[in-house]
Design a binder for this molecule. Structure first.
Ligand code: SF4
Ligand code: SF4
Length: 381
């Protein structure tokens, strides 16, 4: 099995047309992609395969916040038939507790998929701090134990916009191996996007160097606008797979028109984990140009131009829409700066100390946190 430093010599990715979530179609398509990528399924007999889906929050599949359960079903079936033991493990946003996992598994359709095909759902909430030498920003990460105990991690991601990172697919999904609210501490330690992105690349590189990782991206219905939870579902129409999560993200970024703008990908390029351009990837399947979405809507926070250098008070920022806020306090618990208070059942943000990580927006289920743009931003955009 490929682990160690070999992952970044692997620039192969497969992309295939998929119009819907038919389980049998997905099963055949993903097996074909694995074959094109040279993945030998006979290697997985008696191995521990851990599926790591993007289950950001307790959302139903049609909201396009979480990876679709029928993609999970198809991938699980492939590995079960190969003779592996298959466990699904994820640390969603919010507390890493058995009760929270149970509600997320149920709402996202994972509970049903697990019963239908026969994989296990993880309820072990233990984790370990590991030394990850060689990082640019962090040499220590807390990682949930099922990931550390796996022979192979199947990284089941969703292609979405992200208000802070611009895009989330394979690389950002692996940040969900950090337990629950400990994720917030990394935002505190690395308030600047460049530093946070470098830390995520540190974590991803560590996982890829120590484990076999296969990434499969659900880009059938992705999310545009103010993702990863507050945007709108958008049909993209493909599945992307790769053994190099950075290569998958490079290709995915091209599909949604964010080439050269995603800080995590630029950091990975600078470290030599991927080439500069998708023309240097070995791409199999239906051809990426067939899936490029010309009108893909990016987050309101994103600007490629001079507006990024405006003073902080003129930059976009999170704003609570009081009519929608139900006072649940999830945003306050997820804020690394601890600047959100709940008064009279409504959230209030002390915006002077805001680092614009958008964790609050990401974890607000009712969608009460919007992106406020200054008049200059509105005029120029
Ligand atoms: S803003 Fe959202 S997360 Fe925060 S208290 Fe209101 S509803 Fe809950
Ligand atoms: S208010 Fe929101 S965007 Fe600002 S630091 Fe807190 S979680 Fe991050």
């Amino acid at each position: 099995m490929q682990t160690g430093n070999e992952f970044f010599k692997n620039n192969k990715a497969a992309i295939s047309k998929a119009d819907n979530y038919d389980r049998e179609m997905l099963y055949d398509l993903i097996i074909k992609q694995f074959d094109l990528l040279g993945i030998d399924l006979s290697e997985f007999k008696y191995k521990k395969v851990v599926l790591k889906p993007n289950l950001l929050m307790r959302f139903a599949p049609e909201k396009a916040v979480t990876v679709h359960p029928d993609v999970v079903f198809a991938v699980a079936k492939i590995f079960i038939e190969a003779g592996a033991s298959v466990l699904l493990a994820e640390s969603p946003g919010g507390p890493y507790t058995q009760g929270h996992l149970r509600t997320v598994y149920k709402t996202s359709g994972m509970e049903k998929a697990s019963k239908d095909v026969g994989f296990e759902l993880n309820y072990d909430t233990s984790y370990t701090e590991v030394n990850t030498t060689g990082g640019q920003r962090s040499n220590k990460f807390c990682i949930i134990n099922p990931i550390l105990e796996a022979d192979c991690i199947v990284n089941l991601c969703k292609l979405k916009t992200h208000s802070m990172a611009l895009m989330t697919a394979a690389v950002k999904n692996l940040f969900g191996t950090v337990p629950g609210t400990l994720k917030v501490e990394y935002h505190s330690r690395f308030p600047k996007n460049e530093d946070f992105a470098a830390a995520i690349v540190d974590l991803t590189a560590y996982i890829c160097k120590t484990k076999k990782v296969i990434s499969v991206c659900d880009a059938i219905i992705g999310m545009e606008g103010n993702g990863p939870s507050g945007g709108n579902p958008k049909k993209i129409g493909c599945i992307i797979s790769s053994e190099n999560p950075f290569a998958l993200d490079l290709l995915a970024s091209h599909i949604i028109g964010t080439d050269n703008s995603v800080t995590m990908i630029e950091n990975a390029k600078a470290r030599g984990f991927i080439p500069e351009d998708i023309s240097d990837l070995e791409i199999y399947g239906d051809g990426p140009e067939n899936f490029v979405v010309k009108d893909f809507i990016l987050p309101d926070t994103h600007k490629k131009n001079i507006l990024n250098h405006l003073p902080s008070f003129l930059q976009p920022r999170p704003k609570v829409v009081k009519k929608i806020c139900i006072g649940c306090g999830e945003c306050a618990r997820s804020c690394p700066q601890k600047i959100i208070t709940i008064k009279k059942h409504k959230a209030h943000i002390d915006r002077k100390k805001c680092i614009k990580c958008y964790c609050c927006q990401e974890l607000c289920r009712p969608g009460a946190i919007k992106i406020h743009r200054s008049f200059i931003y509105k005029i120029v955009k």
